[in-house]
Design a protein around this ligand. Structure first.
Ligand SMILES: Cc1cc2nc3c(=O)[nH]c(=O)nc-3n(C[C@H](O)[C@H](O)[C@H](O)COP(=O)(O)O)c2cc1C
Length: 230
């Protein structure tokens, strides 16, 4: 079993988050690789060798990175069959303005519905303001954005807003979900899960009788089956 985190990052915060997710999932029983769409084409990912996929992108000027959308489109059918997660990285969720706080969610909704992609888990993380890494113009644009949204505007410093505990909690939750999908508990607690227990038992009997070349074991004999379940 192996998972992959495919991410797009401009200034490095999504990269850091992607690596933390991969590391945390690894510690929780799901070895996970990372794939940076800036380094390799999304068409080169051997996605079918992975049992679960996390996709993540930062938001810039109200958009996710196009390469993440291409990746979803390219692998749409396979993604529909396996456990998947999606995360955005942005600053809007910290804004004083309610509309800005929901913008990441709205953009994600549009992206997912445009591509008919329905991830098992999705979230948005607060990113960072790294003034030291922006060019002259970007610095001014970001300070203006920061001023109206209520973030830090001191250009001599960088600011990280990511809640790393939330990132790890997201990774643990997804890893546990992946493991549950991979190894569903075949016989649930009794008696709350009685119906499932019965179905599971029928399935086991069917498989066993097929292996033995004996298909008379479950030939509609409900009484025998029920007796076996009790
Ligand atoms: C030029 C620029 C545009 C941005 N546009 C948005 C935006 O539209 N909405 C938002 O919530 N955050 C926006 N941000 C904040 C980024 O999403 C945030 O800084 C994030 O940490 C960037 O992640 P990255 O380093 O992985 O690219 C913008 C940042 C920059 C530098």
């Amino acid at each position: 079993m192996r998972a992959i985190v495919i991410f797009a990052s401009c200034e490095g915060q999504t990269l850091r988050i992607a690596h933390r997710i991969a590391q945390t999932m690894g510690k929780h029983g799901v070895p996970t690789d990372t794939f940076d769409v800036a380094k390799q084409s999304v068409t080169e990912i051997a996605l079918k060798t992975y049992d679960a996929v996390v996709l993540g992108s930062s938001l810039h000027y109200g958009e996710h990175d196009r390469r993440i959308e291409w990746c979803i489109r390219e692998h749409q059918r396979y993604l529909a069959k396996i456990p998947t997660a999606f995360f955005s990285v942005c600053l809007g969720i910290l804004s004083k303005n309610e509309q800005d706080r929901h913008a990441a969610e709205d953009v994600t909704d549009e992206l997912l519905s445009r591509n008919i992609f329905n991830p098992s888990r999705r979230t948005a993380f607060a990113g960072a303001l790294r003034y030291s890494e922006y060019g002259w113009l970007k610095k001014r644009i970001m300070r203006h954005f920061a001023e109206i949204s209520g973030y830090a505007t001191e250009l001599a410093q960088d600011y990280e807003y990511t809640d790393w505990q939330a990132v790890e909690a997201f990774a643990v939750d997804f890893a546990e979900y992946v493991l549950r999908c991979r190894h569903p508990d075949p016989i649930g607690p009794w008696p709350a899960d009685a119906t499932r227990r019965h179905q599971c038992h029928r399935q086991c009997v069917k498989e066993r009788s097929t292996q033995l070349g004996n298909d008379t074991v479950i030939a509609g004999d409900a009484q025998t089956e029920n007796a076996n379940v009790e």
